[in-house]
Design a protein around this ligand. Sequence first.
Ligand code: NAP
Length: 294
Amino acid sequence: MSKTYLVTGATGKTGKHTTRILLEKGHKVRALVHRQDARSEALAAVGAEIVVGDLTDHDAVIGALEGINAAYLCYPIRHDLIDVTAYFADAAQRAKVELIVNMSQISAREVAKSHAARNHWISERVLDWSGVPTAHIRPTFFSEWLTFPWVRNGIVKDDVIALPYGEGRHAPVTGEDQARLIAALLENPAQHAGKIYPLFGPVELNETEIAEKMSDVLGRRISYRPVTSEAYKAHLKTFGLDDFLIQHFLCIAEDCQNGVFAGTNSLFEEITGEPAMTVEAFVEQHRAIFEKSA
Ligand SMILES: NC(=O)c1ccc[n+]([C@@H]2O[C@H](COP(=O)([O-])OP(=O)(O)OC[C@H]3O[C@@H](n4cnc5c(N)ncnc54)[C@H](OP(=O)(O)O)[C@@H]3O)[C@@H](O)[C@H]2O)c1
């Protein structure tokens, strides 16, 4: 039966794929976008109803959730996630939605040093206390990390992945795979309400092994260069990232070294019937942006 879903963060790494996949399955999608631009126009072109709004605006969120069966909540690493989550929980309760799929992260812990990770943990609890049926997803690092300018530039210019992750291991997971899973959760609210799903790609690797996989695909040698937290912080500042985000990135680097991001599981096969993408497949899919000429 066709339903109407709200997708927030609809122009982002998971939201854009979630919107498309739900539409392909024959549902209606209201895509909440932060601004109107080429990304929102692409969503409109495939059939999404576009609502421009800000998740920090309670009235806008109430309006966006009216008439919605189930919703995906995704908000970037900003200081006001708890406010946003509380507004969303209230609006979802009014709209009597069957399920919220809440984007959290693997490092969400009550003892997290990262303010953002701790806020993710509290936000999960706010949704639980609200009584609105919710499934929390807790991904490890996205595969898209390799494409972020502060990582990708080093790959393209110097053939190095420069990060302070030590020997820390994680199984990178793509936004598109997560979207398939998010769509499946939204379609089966009763089955997934109350669950917490840690999300991993298929193969756990350290940065040296990721660099080797990249080398195999790109046909040139990429190496891992461990850097200090101080050097990483100075590097991130050159990209204009704010202090809240930098504090998070430094803390999760430490978490990664301590094994917080490690692990794999078979959730993608179990819930969607398909395995998640390997790092090699992801690099192949995005080959152009890692080329020297890019
Ligand atoms: N990246 C990772 O490796 C990773 C790992 C685990 C979990 N996560 C979680 O994934 C979530 C999203 O991460 P991301 O920042 O990388 O995001 P993203 O989903 O790719 O992008 C954020 C989206 O939110 C929109 N947005 C920003 N501010 C908004 C506002 N005030 N109101 C409405 N929409 C707004 C953005 O639109 P504009 O671009 O137009 O502003 C964009 O579409 C975070 O909760 C993070 O903890 C990420």
